[in-house]
Design a protein around this ligand. Structure first.
Ligand code: SF4
Length: 335
């Protein structure tokens, strides 16, 4: 066991060290037991997750930047989201931007050394081809042509067979669509204007087409620790390669504006468990890194994460890419 003396560790953490040896994920029962450990043991779990990332992860830091290419007036009722027209957040609203605006943002992303650029649109999604979806395909083609070194990703909602196949043909890098929470809690905790099955089906369609999927969840919407574990295991069944974990940024005008903050030790445990359930995946720290985690964002990057969202986020403030480059260089000494 890597010359590691695990005798002083809690037996459940010591047992989980076998992931470091064989790269095999922990079981659901083990995850639930680890999730129930007291906060003071969360750093033991984080330490193991950091080692598992170093040994079995993809190596390096996966940084990506996103652009909100269409904002607001969404008919869905996601409780955390500023862009839902069921909520009353004060945000900028605009229809799908033009190609030049996307190219400008993508070029800035590439010039700052960020390898993945994600095009994001508000709304239910595109189950079938329509004029707007074709405009998005044209944007993707233009980005490939003008910035061939950039991975062009998309997060444009629920897809059908025809639109999933079209994105695969147009060479999408990763497609992001999140489960958000444990599937059985989706209607209660996230939205009931659409169903979790539509999201899972979108992932399946994309995987059938060979598209890499970025799919994760959000912490802080009223879920329990067991729900978080259930979400991590639901992701295993979907064969996703990148797992973004968001920490809720409560936004005024949404039903979660006054949500209780999740204890830091629990957030550390979720990141560490994500690594132990998905030893080889990219675990990405998405929303909430600077605004909610503030001084502790580095701690989460040392709890098994190996990626983050950089630059502006959708409707909340992000971090300067240059600051994040420095951040990544300093974190490297823990690898
Ligand atoms: S998360 Fe997406 S689908 Fe849900 S309300 Fe916001 S923009 Fe609409």
């Amino acid at each position: 066991m890597q010359n590691m003396d695990t005798k002083t560790l809690h037996p459940a953490v010591a047992a989980a060290y076998r992931v470091l040896e064989n790269g095999e994920p922990i079981s659901l029962e083990e995850a639930l037991l680890l999730a129930s450990l007291p906060g003071e043991l969360s750093l033991d779990l984080a330490s193991l997750a950091n080692k598992v990332r170093n040994r079995w992860g993809m190596g390096g830091i996966h940084a990506c930047s996103i652009m909100n290419a269409k904002s607001g007036v969404c008919g869905e009722n996601c409780r955390f989201c500023a862009q839902s027209r069921h909520n009353h957040a004060d945000i900028e609203v605009y229809p799908l931007v033009d190609e030049d605006a996307v190219l400008f943002e993508a070029r800035s992303c590439a010039e700052h050394g960020v390898s993945h650029f994600g095009l994001v649109t508000s709304g239910y999604g595109y189950r079938t081809m329509n004029a707007e979806f074709k405009r998005i395909l044209a944007m993707i083609d233009r980005l490939h042509k003008e910035l061939p070194e950039l991975n062009v990703c998309a997060s444009i909602g629920i897809l059908g067979p025809e639109t999933a196949a079209a994105l695969a043909r147009h060479g999408i890098g990763h497609y992001n669509i999140n489960l958000q929470v444990a599937p059985e809690k989706y209607a209660d905790l996230i939205a009931d204007t659409h169903g979790i099955e539509e999201r899972k089906e979108t992932v399946r369609l994309l995987r059938q087409e060979g598209v890499n999927v970025c799919c994760g969840g959000i912490i802080g919407v009223g879920e329990s620790m067991a729900d978080r574990v259930a979400m991590l295991f639901a992701l295993r069944d979907l064969d996703v390669s990148v797992i973004p974990i968001n920490v809720l940024v409560p936004i005024e005008g949404t039903p979660l504006a006054d949500a209780d903050p999740v204890p830091l030790a629990d957030i550390v445990k979720v990141f560490a468990l994500a690594r132990l359930v998905h030893p080889r995946a990219t675990i990405k720290f998405a929303a909430g890194r600077e605004t909610i985690m503030k001084d502790f964002q580095g701690l989460l990057m040392l709890s098994g994460a190996d990626g983050y969202l950089t630059g502006g986020y959708l409707t909340t403030r992000g971090r300067e890419v240059a600051d994040d480059h420095r951040f990544a260089r300093r974190l490297a000494s823990f690898s």
